[in-house]
Design a protein around this ligand. Structure first.
Ligand code: COA
Ligand code: AMP
Length: 634
């Protein structure tokens, strides 16, 4: 396999050779004409001319090569007390049948389909069936409110929408169907049909003529084979938060995605076909796409679909139970899930109840792994605990400790080395590359490796403006950080208005758009403040209109409800502080970064561009009055 150094050097010096070889691990309907099309920089396309089917590589190929009876998917749902296993043969049977359903409803290659489902096997079946017929799926996370679903419906313009009747959040029953109906009523684009999977938990009412029952359709469907698609055809669109209210539709193509994920399973996570890989995330996030569904299945691993949390389903031993019961070799989750366990079971008593001897490594991502959580998890598990950094846009890790190649000594706070293919650089604001230990803006030299976003859905200009134009020749990650003298990468956080709440990426700009529509709000800013459990939490600073005669307590409650109703409970917007004015620069830009530092009790310098320096003192006083401004955790 070669050392990390040789692999990394080859991936940068000879990307075509490197990714041409990696692509041999995938089954192609037709081989590519060129590994990397460089004819239209800064846009690059991988495996131009190639044809394949992602579902074929995830399922049929393993059935054909002798893995038919190996378990492909374990559905473990503590919230419904269910454990169900599907072999590759059984999963293929379900997926081929559902592909038949899609086809009977007129779905063709290139059509878009929205999937708004909880963590149930039918979500995986729906995704793979889309891939099988060449349709482009867009999975929307269940914690988003109807308005967010409506925005995605209008952007993706799906032919069909697939959903389930409901879900359970720890103990709270959530009905999906009323939210879907509300979203479709709000959206301008109307999907022709909705397919509803009725769960025993709750029965959805059906709209005559539009809604169809999953089970009835499956009962009469004919299994369908795979439709070959171009390597450069989109497999899915996944919406993620940008700095405005309009989310970005990250596009993933079929060819590069299959090659990169297959490669990552072996080289980064160190797993082989037949191993059990568990990603405790949600299919609505990129981690769920890449490492619950596609990555493990492409690699012939057994994957786990876990409908539960790290705590409360039923206790802080939930993760250890799943690891030991299903013989998980490698697990992936977000640091916040571990902080939740640490809070409930600080001494790790639950671990002692389970046999974790088959467990080899824990990978964490979604937010920075803080050194405290790293040490706690490592001391408890006595296994490698690996922080790795990536984004919805990259689709797979940009920096990691690549266990399958070489295991580097851990430096807490660092996500270790750039993964082969990712030429990570630190830039100053003028685009000059910085040296070791100099903190700046994190960028990746083009071309990006396979599997990364080729564009944004029907928004090429936005793609160029957001990622490629800020620093010509580089992809701009919007993260800040530095690389130390040994080449270890330290990611320190976003440099834009995106925040990270419990490993979920959210836009403060979007929350501001909601808050500012309140009739008593004259002006507002939403910032992300430190939280010991969730990493960050949104905090609104609002200036009320003069004459607003209501109690600020009432306004605060209403704002929290408005954000919950419009964006969703996942936004966790609960805190608002009413202030007299917001600090601004002379050109009128709100000084959000400085306010965040004040709220977190960090040192800050008086910005030279500030319009009126006394506003910062006012903010400091207002925040201190409600308990902000003293470093939490101290
Ligand atoms: N559907 C509907 N509502 C949802 C939801 C879903 N799929 N997921 C979360 N919510 C709701 C929660 O019930 C909660 O509602 P509440 O305000 O009424 O309590 C709210 O959204 C916030 O959820 P969350 O931030 O997840 O908090 P939590 O207290 O329920 O759980 C953790 C805390 C740490 C256990 C949980 O956030 C977690 O496991 N995070 C890991 C995140 C992750 O996997 N990220 C993906 C990258 S790896
Ligand atoms: P998402 O697109 O939801 O995966 O969020 C991506 C963002 O989460 C990145 O731009 C980072 O800001 C943050 N992030 C993800 N993983 C890490 C990590 N391991 N270390 C630091 N930040 C991370």
């Amino acid at each position: 396999m070669g050392t990390y150094e040789t692999l990394f050097a080859k991936s940068i010096q000879d990307p075509k050779g490197f990714w041409g070889e990696a692509a041999e691990a995938i089954g192609w309907h037709k081989k590519w004409d060129t590994v990397l099309d460089e004819s239209n920089p800064p846009l690059y396309r991988w495996y131009q001319g190639g044809e394949l089917n992602t579902c074929y590589n995830a399922l049929d190929r393993h059935v054909e090569s002798g893995r038919a009876d190996q378990v492909a998917l374990i559905y473990d749902s503590p919230v419904t007390n269910t454990i169900e296993k599907f072999t590759f043969r059984e999963l293929l049977e379900q997926v081929a049948r559902f592909a038949g359903v899609l086809s009977s409803l007129g779905v063709k290659k290139g059509d878009t389909i929205i999937i708004y489902m909880p963590m149930i096997p039918q979500a995986v079946v729906a995704m793979l069936a889309c891939a099988r017929v060449g349709a482009v799926h867009s999975v929307v996370f269940g914690g988003f409110a109807p308005h967010e679903l409506a925005i995605r419906i209008d952007d993706a313009k799906p032919k069909l929408l697939i959903t389930a009747s409901g879900a359970v959040e720890i103990k709270r029953l959530i009905e999906y169907k009323p939210m879907v109906d509300k979203a479709i009523a709000e959206a301008h684009h109307k999907p022709e049909k909705c397919i509803i999977f009725q769960r025993h938990l709750v029965k959805a009412s059906m709209n005559l003529g539009r809604d169809l029952d999953w089970n009835e359709l499956m009962a009469s469907a004919h299994p369908m084979g795979c439709t070959p698609v171009a390597a450069t055809d989109p497999l899915y669109i996944l919406y993620t938060s940008g700095t405005t209210g309009k989310p970005k539709g990250v596009v993933r193509d079929n060819g590069g995605h299959a090659v990169a994920l297959r490669w990552s399973m072996e080289h980064i996570y160190g797993v082989k076909p037949g191993d059990v890989f568990w990603s405790a995330s949600d299919v609505g996030w990129v981690v769920g796409h890449s490492y619950i569904v596609y990555g493990p299945l492409l690699a012939g691993c057994t994957t786990i679909l876990y409908e539960g949390k790290s705590v409360g389903t039923p206790d802080a031993g939930a993760f250890w139970r799943v690891i030991s019961q299903h013989n998980v070799k490698v697990m992936f989750t977000a640091p916040t899930a571990f902080r939740a366990i640490k809070k409930e079971d600080p001494k790790g008593e639950f671990v002692k109840k389970y046999d974790l001897s088959g467990f080899k490594a824990l990978f964490l991502a979604g937010e920075r792994l803080d050194p405290d959580t790293y040490h706690w998890a490592h001391d408890l598990l006595k296994k490698p605990v690996i922080d790795h950094w990536w984004q919805t846009e990259s689709g797979w890790p940009i920096t990691a400790n690549p266990l399958g190649v070489e295991s580097f000594a851990i430096k807490p706070g660092s996500s270790t080395m750039p993964v082969p293919g990712f030429n990570v650089k630190i830039l100053d604001p003028s685009g000059k590359e910085l040296g070791a230990n100099q903190e700046g803006l994190v960028a990746i030299k083009l071309p990006l490796p396979p599997g990364t976003l080729p564009t944004l859905w029907q928004a090429e200009q936005r793609f160029l403006e957001s990622y490629l134009k800020p620093f010509p020749g580089y992809y701009f990650t919007s993260d800040g950080g530095y690389i130390d003298e040994d080449g270890y990468v330290f990611i320190m956080g976003r440099v834009d208005d995106v925040i990270n709440v419990a490993g979920h990426r959210l836009s403060t700009g979007e929350m501001e758009e909601v808050v500012s529509t309140h009739k008593d709000v004259a002006e507002c800013a939403v910032i992300g403040v430190h939280d010991n459990l969730k990493g960050q939490l949104p905090l609104g600073l609002v200036v009320l209109k003069s004459g607003a005669d209501r109690e600020s307590e009432e306004v605060r409650r209403e704002l929290s409800q408005m954000v919950r109703n419009t964006i969703g409970p996942i936004a966790c917007y609960k805190e608002t502080v009413v202030v007299k004015r917001l600090p601004k620069t002379r050109s009128g830009k709100i000084l959000r970064g400085t306010m965040r530092k004040i709220a977190d009790g960090e040192k800050y310098a008086m910005p030279s561009t500030i319009d009126d320096p006394t506003t910062l003192g006012e903010i400091e006083t207002a925040l201190k009055e409600v308990g902000y401004g003293t470093k939490q955790g101290e």
